[in-house]
Design a protein around this ligand. Structure first.
Ligand SMILES: [Zn+2]
Length: 195
């Protein structure tokens, strides 16, 4: 639904003083820049006083913070086997078809080392039975799957995990100290990938 600036202005005009201030202080982040501007105009017009919120630290995702989010994901419980630690994010592909026609599917999963190995083995086997005759796509997929497991050779987060953290840090921030809650989050993320 599109709300015009005039409608928004009219809407804010009906708000009580304390509601306007509350929105400006607590919910400013969820407003569009235009809506925030209109809200501020209304506040100024009424001569209300409030302190603009300083931006939360996590909005600026600096390296130490990014590392700490990656660390808490890597040390959560594996969403598949519930063993804690050594998690990373990998890309697993499957391919099926015949020469000149194939379908491939890629999933991004956050799992522990041993679950990653077994899912890669499973997907490779599946692709072997249904996609070996695609020949080139099959070989590429196998190579990428197996190569993807190399991320477990070091304790560093994979690039894919870093991308995940960058895209989801707002969800991670409130639960970063809770390995179990992180695991539930990861479970949902993996499930959405038809794991
Ligand atoms: Zn596992």
């Amino acid at each position: 639904m599109y709300i015009s600036e005039d409608e928004l202005r009219e809407n804010y005009r009906k708000f009580r003083d304390e509601d306007l201030v509350r929105i400006a202080v607590r919910d400013a982040e969820s407003l569009t820049p235009e809506a925030l501007q209109i809200l501020k105009e209304e506040i100024r017009k009424r001569g209300l006083q409030y302190t603009e919120p300083s931006k939360p630290a996590f909005l600026i995702l600096e390296k130490p913070l990014l590392d700490s989010y990656c660390y808490c994901i890597q040390n959560a419980f594996c969403p598949n086997c519930n063993v804690q630690g050594n998690l990373n994010r990998i890309k697993v592909g499957t391919v099926f078809g015949i020469p000149h026609f194939h379908v491939s599917n890629t999933e991004h999963l956050i799992l522990c080392n041993s679950c990653s190995k077994s899912i890669v083995a499973k997907k490779c086997l599946y692709s072997f039975f249904l996609g070996v005759w695609t020949i080139f796509p099959f070989l590429i997929t196998m190579f990428r799957n197996i190569n993807g497991l190399r991320v477990f050779k070091s304790s560093e987060p994979s690039e894919l995990l870093v991308d995940f953290v960058k895209a989801n840090y707002k969800e991670i921030e409130p639960i970063k100290g809770d390995a179990l809650a992180i695991s539930l989050l990861l479970n949902g993320v993996n499930a959405r990938q038809e794991f």
